[in-house]
Design a protein around this ligand. Structure first.
Ligand SMILES: Nc1nc2c(ncn2[C@@H]2O[C@H](COP(=O)(O)OP(=O)(O)OP(=O)(O)O)[C@@H](O)[C@H]2O)c(=O)[nH]1
Length: 516
């Protein structure tokens, strides 16, 4: 089996996270905008406008019907009014058509198409009706008085001149004509038309017996009757066709469909409002969650910062402690390097350093530096008799007692064993230096007891000194060596004394210059 290498999934880098967050926010915002637009209220003005249009169209249509009815019954001003409302009705129809949505709602579109079609048909038929109605109205209004007029004439001279049989017959024909025309005007029918036609033929056949004036009236009556015969059924048919257009019903249907359409839009808007509300609540929750996450992140960052700060402070504290410790150790090392651990006095190294500086000062100021080399006498016996510890104690007592007698600017060093060195600066005179040597001898001798043991020690001191530039030129080592040599002389001369080196240099009183 061949092992398929695991596909590496790209890690969620901060950049990718940012991109994803950006896309998410964009999608959320677009969805919010979509729901907001869909939940926008349909403009109530449009609905009002449309419904007012429908109402006005209904009113104009009713007026139209009323005018047709007026024309039917022969009211004179009705005929021109049959078409005066048409431009306004056409304009209203166009406006309603604009309010019908292009997409969706087939029922509304079909209702509008039905109305538009009905209105067109009604308009066409009404135009025809308006053309045929006036001659019929004229004939109907003309005929009854014309017949009455002719009948009156027949009762006068015309009737007397014509044969009585024909006059009676014409009168009867005219009576029949009026009756049948009246019936025909109510319900026109083919048998009735044939009968009227027969009467008219009879009237025409009798014209020969009458004067031209009567004949003319008879012609006019025949003509008017024929107009009624022709136009009455035609007008009735046109009226039936107008009624069949059913514009009222179409308008009623369109009104209902518009209502239904607006109600549906309203319901849809309400539904989207619900979605918008729920979505807003979801966004709020999302926002609250993001806020919580952010707060948590800030808290964690704060805690980490706090810990880091504490760790830093701790580190700083430890560093400060360690530094102080190191400084103290360094000082201790420095002190150890410069001091004798048993007596706390400066050691040989530090002494030579101080001596170098003192010689440099003496060189500048032309003063005297004195070195006294001290070696204890009888110290070995202390060690041998009472032990090393007592010997140490004696060495410490010697150091303390001699040190106490010196000035602050003087120095006392222990070179090792039972050897000490005193360094005096700016010594005014040889006598002063010797006095110090004597004090040192006395102080050392004064150590007579240690650890409850009787002690008997003294010291041999060799003294050397250097003055000014010449002395400084000899150097510290030479000065120490001279003092050491003088100390040996003091030992050799019986101990417990001091010996001054022959090379020592002093200030001669009154001279301010050198000498030995
Ligand atoms: N207790 C103690 N003894 C020391 C120390 N350093 C050296 N010694 C001893 O000091 C003694 C010094 O010897 P010496 O100077 O010959 O003894 P001394 O009896 O003074 O003899 P002279 O100098 O000839 O008078 C030796 O016994 C050393 O062992 C120390 O630090 N402590």
């Amino acid at each position: 089996m061949v092992a398929v290498p695991a596909q590496r999934v790209a890690p969620w880098t901060p950049r990718r996270r940012l991109q994803l967050a950006g896309v998410t926010v964009l999608v959320l915002a677009l969805l919010l905008a979509f729901l907001f637009v869909r939940s926008e209220a349909a403009d109530p003005e449009i609905r009002n406008d449309v419904m007012l249009g429908v109402r006005e169209l209904e009113k104009l249509d009713a007026e139209w019907d009323a005018n047709i009815l007026r024309a039917h019954i022969g009211r004179a001003p009705a005929t021109p009014q049959l078409t005066t409302g048409l431009p306004r009705m056409r304009a209203l129809l166009v406006r309603l058509g604009e309010a019908v949505p292009d997409k969706g709602n087939p029922a509304l579109r079909s209702a509008y198409a039905q109305l538009s079609d009905a209105m067109q048909r009604k308009e066409l038929i009404t135009v025809q009706f308006a053309r045929h109605n006036p001659p019929l109205r004229e004939a109907l209004t003309y005929l009854p008085p014309a017949v009455a007029d002719l009948k009156t004439e027949l009762g006068g001279i015309e009737g007397a001149l014509a044969p009585a049989r024909l006059v009676v017959r014409l009168d009867a024909s005219l009576n029949a004509l009026l009756t049948e025309i009246l019936r025909y005007n109510v319900i026109p029918s083919a048998p009735l038309a044939a009968r009227i036609d027969e009467i008219l033929g009879d009237v025409a056949a009798q014209q020969i017996a009458f004067s031209p004036a009567v004949v003319e009236k008879m012609d006019a009556i025949i003509k008017a009757s024929r107009v009624i015969l022709e136009k009455r059924p035609l007008e009735n048919r046109l009226e039936a066709q107008i009624a069949a257009t059913a514009t009222g019903a179409a308008l009623d249907r369109l009104g209902r469909e518009f209502d239904r359409s607006f109600d549906a839009a309203l319901a849809l808007r309400e539904r989207y409002r619900g979605y918008l509300f729920a979505y807003s609540a979801f966004l709020l929750l999302l926002l609250a969650y993001a806020g919580m996450r952010l707060r948590r992140s800030y808290r964690i960052i704060g805690e980490v910062n706090h810990r880091l700060q504490a760790a830093n402070e701790n580190l700083e504290h430890r560093v400060a402690e360690r530094t102080a410790e190191l400084e103290s150790q360094s000082k201790q090392l420095e002190r150890l390097a410069q001091h004798d651990s048993l007596t706390g006095l400066i050691n040989y190294r530090q002494l030579t350093r101080l001596l170098e500086r003192a010689l440099a000062r003496a060189d500048r100021r032309d003063t005297v530096v004195v070195i006294m080399f001290i070696d204890l006498d009888g110290f070995k016996a202390v060690n041998d008799t009472y032990g090393h510890a007592t010997g140490d104690l004696v060495l410490q007592m010697v150091a303390r007692r001699v040190q106490d007698k010196l000035r602050a600017e003087d120095a006392l060093a222990r070179l090792g064993g039972d050897e000490f060195v005193i360094m005096l600066e700016e010594v005014a005179s040889r006598e002063g230096a010797l006095r110090v040597a004597q004090i040192a001898l006395d102080e050392i001798k004064s150590v007579t007891e240690a650890d409850g043991n009787p002690i008997s020690i003294s010291a041999s001191i060799g003294i050397s000194s250097a003055r000014g530039h010449a002395g400084a030129a000899r150097g510290s080592a030479a000065l120490l060596a001279e003092a050491d040599k003088a100390m040996y002389e003091a030992k050799n001369s019986g101990k417990g004394v001091f010996v001054v080196s022959p090379d020592a240099q002093w200030v001669v009183p009154g001279d301010g210059g050198a000498t030995g």
